[in-house]
Structures are given as structure tokens and as C-alpha cells.
Design a protein around this ligand. Structure first.
Ligand code: MF3
Ligand code: CO
Ligand code: CO
Length: 266
């Protein structure tokens, strides 16, 4: 039980897998429009990953202990769905917010990233939740450097979410990633600065805060995968795969169209 330190060879392969995952999101963006079904988004992403990128979609048949195999290639989490929304016949409508979460496997290595999309015209509240959640992810990333504590990440995320009247989901967290989809460490999106293990260069993990407009409590749907807010409030999430470098961090899941860091964040 320990945190794997990535070699330069591992890191180069993670850059490729991560970029490909981000490029799936770039590609799908114009299709996220009122009337599209989440099944259609899944099929388009699946086909791009398999037929064009030569990737394996990591979610397909993924079966951690206690779960039945995940039936689709991406996760599509709409409105009050927090994460792991399973694509199906539901069509997106104007004003929905949807998280698309892509995990590729290329050459044995994983790239994991997700973004929020606003379908048509979103409400002010929905847009604000997506923005603050994006800022939460970036605040978490901005404290990553050798010698920082893992707990520093969750602390800045929780502070920003709660200052804005939102709550942080506790049951799901960021995770180490590499040749495995989910490995150590668990990256909590809440907690205390100065706690937990110290970061070292070569560590690789995701930062993927799930932020609820209402209370933090969640519920699992009968499909055994989809997680929703218990109070049915909106939920948002953004995710990058991040490497600890000698001087700070490097984002693995970058692409031409991925949104840059907000400029007020150091
Ligand atoms: N991509 C998700 C994460 O960020 C995990 C999805 S597991 C699945 O960790 F099976 F639902 F796809
Ligand atoms: Co992840
Ligand atoms: Co993910």
C-alpha cells in the first residue's frame, strides 16, 4: 500500500493518454445540444476512442469490488446527478448541465478528465455552480508541489465551495492513476491543510471535486452506478489528471480547447 512514483517513461505515456482523453471532450463539445441523447454522446466518444485514437475506453466493463460491470464507455451526469451517470435514451434539454467524464487507456496507461457543459441556455444559478466548481478544481491544482501536504488540496477546495454556499461530496474523491484506473492515494476534496502524506515529484493523481448547490448528502440510484444529490440540488464536477513535478505540477489532460486556469489563481 503506497503511492507509485512515475518514471519518465510512465510520464510520457500518461501525457499521451491524458491528451487523448481531453481531445475526446474537445471533439464532443459541438454535439452537446438540446435533443441529443446521452447514448449518442457515448457512441460518438466510443467510436472516436476505439476507431480513431486506438484507445480502450476504461469505463466499459469496469467492475470495482461491489459493483457490477459499468455498461458504457463514458459517464454522463445530468443536473442533480453527481457522477457515474450511465448514458441512455434520455435526451438533453435546454438549460440542463451535464458532466462528461472520459477515461482513456493508451499503451497501458490511463488519462482521466471531465468537464461541465451547459445545454443551450443555462440559468444563472447553474452557470455559477459550474464556474465555482471549475475554480475549486484549479485552486486544488494550484497548491500541488513537492513538500505540500495532500490535505492542502482538499482544504482549499472545501473553503472555496463553502464560502460560496455550496457543499463538497465526501464519498467520492480524486485518485492516483497510471497503469491502474484507481490507485493510491485518495485525494479528498475537503479536509485540513497540513495533514496527510507529503507530495513528491513523480506522484500522479486526479483532482475532481464534486460540488453540490445544496447539501452534501448523496444517494445511489437503482442502476447501481448513478449517484444523485439526496436533496435533488444541482451538482457539478471538473477533473484533470495532474503530475507532481520538481517545481509544482503538470496537467496531463490538456488539449487545444481545454479551458485555461482562471488568471486570478496563482
Ligand atoms: N472517471 C471516473 C473517475 O473520475 C470513474 C468512472 S468509473 C465508471 O474516477 F465505471 F463509472 F466509469
Ligand atoms: Co477520476
Ligand atoms: Co473521471
Amino acid at each position: 500500500m503506497s503511492i507509485v512514483i512515475k518514471t519518465p517513461e510512465d510520464i510520457e505515456k500518461m501525457r499521451v493518454a491524458g491528451r487523448l482523453a481531453a481531445e475526446v471532450l474537445d471533439y464532443i463539445e459541438p454535439f452537446v445540444k438540446p435533443g441529443v441523447t446521452t447514448e449518442e454522446l457515448d457512441r460518438r466518444c466510443h467510436d472516436l476512442m476505439v476507431n480513431v485514437q486506438g484507445c480502450v475506453p476504461a469505463p466499459l466493463n469496469y467492475a470495482p469490488a461491489g459493483y457490477h460491470p459499468y455498461p458504457k464507455s463514458i459517464c454522463t451526469s445530468i443536473n442533480q446527478q453527481v457522477c457515474h451517470g450511465v448514458p441512455g435514451e434520455r435526451a438533453l434539454k435546454n438549460g440542463d448541465i451535464v458532466n462528461l467524464d472520459i477515461t482513456t487507456i493508451k499503451d497501458g496507461y490511463h488519462g482521466d478528465t471531465s468537464r461541465m457543459f451547459i445545454v443551450g441556455e443555462g440559468s444563472i444559478q447553474a452557470k455559477r455552480l459550474c464556474e465555482i466548481t471549475f475554480e475549486c478544481m484549479w485552486l486544488g491544482i494550484s497548491v500541488v508541489r513537492p513538500g505540500a501536504y495532500l490535505g492542502d488540496i482538499g482544504a482549499v477546495i472545501q473553503k472555496h465551495a463553502e464560502k460560496n454556499g455550496y457543499s463538497v461530496v465526501r464519498e467520492f474523491c480524486g485518485h492516483g492513476i497510471g497503469q491502474k484506473f484507481h490507485e493510491e492515494p485518495q485525494v479528498l476534496h475537503y479536509g485540513k491543510a497540513g495533514t496527510g502524506p507529503r507530495l513528491e515529484s513523480g506522484m500522479m493523481f486526479t483532482i475532481e471535486p464534486m460540488i453540490n448547490a445544496g447539501k452534501a448528502a448523496i444517494r445511489e440510484m437503482p442502476d447501481g452506478w448513478t449517484i444523485v444529490t439526496k436533496d435533488r440540488s444541482l451538482s457539478a464536477q471538473w477533473e484533470h489528471t495532474v503530475l507532481v513535478t520538481e517545481t509544482g505540477y503538470e496537467i496531463m489532460t490538456q488539449s487545444a480547447a481545454c479551458r485555461p486556469k482562471p488568471d486570478w489563481i496563482p
